[in-house]
Design a protein around this ligand. Structure first.
Ligand code: CU
Length: 161
């Protein structure tokens, strides 16, 4: 068992003595964690090719800056970095996975300003869009909070005139 599952072990009642009980308890625990299968790659690795226009920041007809990110059965956002200007931003995240549930959040206290808009959960095959306004320039970390420890993080840079 690799150490990346260490955090899952704090489930009450699953760790009774005895190898067989231990093993079945572990399988139950792993199976019950949203989005976590049992054969994830140890190292974040994209398992898909980004679709057309993915990752390109463009101005929508209403003037809002738009960008689409993709994720899948891995721990990667494609792209993991993008740059916008101060103003209104619309981010769409597509989850192309068949197994993994992801989310998209700007963690509190990590950027030049708070961005409270988030996508709390994105089931396999779903996509969702959030819109927010940025004024402070700088780097804003974003992540899938389920898999941030496995490297599913990225940076939105706000670069001003
Ligand atoms: Cu994730």
């Amino acid at each position: 068992m690799s150490t990346r599952f260490r955090g899952l072990r704090a489930v009450p009642g699953r760790w009774a003595p005895g190898g067989a009980v231990l093993l079945s308890g572990l399988l139950v625990v792993l199976g019950s964690v949203a989005g976590c299968g049992s054969s994830e790659p140890a190292v974040p690795q994209a398992t898909r090719t980004a679709g057309a226009a993915v990752g390109t920041v463009s101005a929508a007809p209403d003037g809002v800056q738009e960008v689409t990110l993709e994720t899948g059965d891995d721990y990667v956002f494609t792209p993991a970095t993008f740059t916008v200007a101060p103003g209104r931003v619309r981010v769409t995240v597509r989850n192309l996975a068949t197994r993994l549930t992801h989310n998209f959040v700007f963690p509190r206290g990590t950027g030049p300003a708070e961005i409270s808009e988030s996508i709390p959960a994105l089931a396999p095959g779903d996509s969702d869009t959030i819109e927010f306004t940025v004024t402070a320039t700088g780097d804003y970390r974003f992540e899938c909070s389920f898999h941030a420890a496995l490297g599913q993080v990225g940076t939105m840079t706000v670069s001003g005139p």
